[in-house]
Design a protein around this ligand. Structure first.
Ligand code: AP5
Ligand code: MG
Ligand code: ZN
Length: 218
């Protein structure tokens, strides 16, 4: 796989995390989810977590300088040497410009952007139905991809949790933030000829298969 940086772009609930997990496993590269890093910081009540918590609860974006700092540090770690996936980052134009500059300075080329497109109507159901394993991070859905036993991870028996921001009110705000601040990245990357549209209105498995095939040839 040639591109060093893969960016998974898409609205909340589009399936960025679900697909990034599969692709990361297949190519043995790390999945870097700014949302996961922030949620972990909130859980541990670190200064980062305390600063980000209110924004996340409100469904608003955390300031650019905060998330850019997280990503800059993370992609400098040794496991990113052969490439990495950015899941949920960048999501503003300044963040995208930051990625461009950082990759250029490090001599790591231009990113490849996978834009997962999903009908707006299904996003609410995907998000309110999401449950995540507290042990391994596996992503389930009570409507579309339920575990064998309710509330329990198939893989390790871990307890499945619902995210604090997966309530209807916060979801609506997250969708507004996506529309205003993140959707413009589609044109930004299309103009650079690095954007690939992915039809996310299908089952998760065939999407992952297509992505792995496509990236294997890239
Ligand atoms: P983040 O954690 O990134 O949340 P998000 O962008 O809202 O996206 P989600 O994680 O909700 O959705 P996803 O696309 O990963 O979908 P998933 O695969 O889980 O960010 C959270 C917050 O952190 C932000 O609001 C912000 O405050 C802050 N933040 C994070 N990054 C930031 C940044 N760069 N800048 C500023 N602030 C930042 O799937 C969803 C559900 O659908 C699951 O249940 C899954 O099982 C199901 N599903 C997935 N694919 C399919 C399919 N094909 N068919 C049926 N069901 C499916
Ligand atoms: Mg996610
Ligand atoms: Zn698990």
């Amino acid at each position: 796989m040639k591109p060093q940086a893969l960016i998974f772009l898409g609205a909340p609930g589009a399936g960025k995390g679900t697909q990034a997990r599969e692709v990361a496993k297949h190519f043995s590269i790390p999945q870097i989810s700014t949302g996961d890093i922030l949620r972990d910081a909130v859980k541990r009540k670190t200064p980062l977590g305390l600063a980000a918590e209110a924004k996340m609860k409100a469904g608003e974006l955390v300031p650019d300088e905060v998330v850019c700092g997280i990503v800059e540090e993370r992609i400098g770690e040794p496991d990113c040497a052969n490439g990495f996936i950015l899941d949920g980052f960048p999501r503003t134009i300044p963040q995208a410009q930051f990625v461009d500059r950082t990759l250029e300075v490090k001599g790591r080329g231009v990113p490849m952007v996978l834009n997962i497109q999903v009908e707006l109507e299904v996003l609410m159901k995907r998000l309110t139905g999401r449950r995540t394993c507290s042990v391994c991070g596996e992503i389930y859905n009570v409507y579309f991809n339920p575990p064998k036993v309710e509330g329990i991870c198939d893989k390790d028996g871990g307890k499945l949790l619902q995210r604090a921001d997966d309530n209807e009110e916060t979801i609506r705000q997250r969708l507004v933030a996506y529309d205003k601040q993140t959707r413009p990245l589609i044109d930004y990357y299309r103009a650079k000829h690095v954007l690939h549209d992915v039809d996310g209105n299908r089952d998760a498995e065939p999407i992952a298969k297509d992505l792995v095939n496509f990236l294997g040839k890239a």
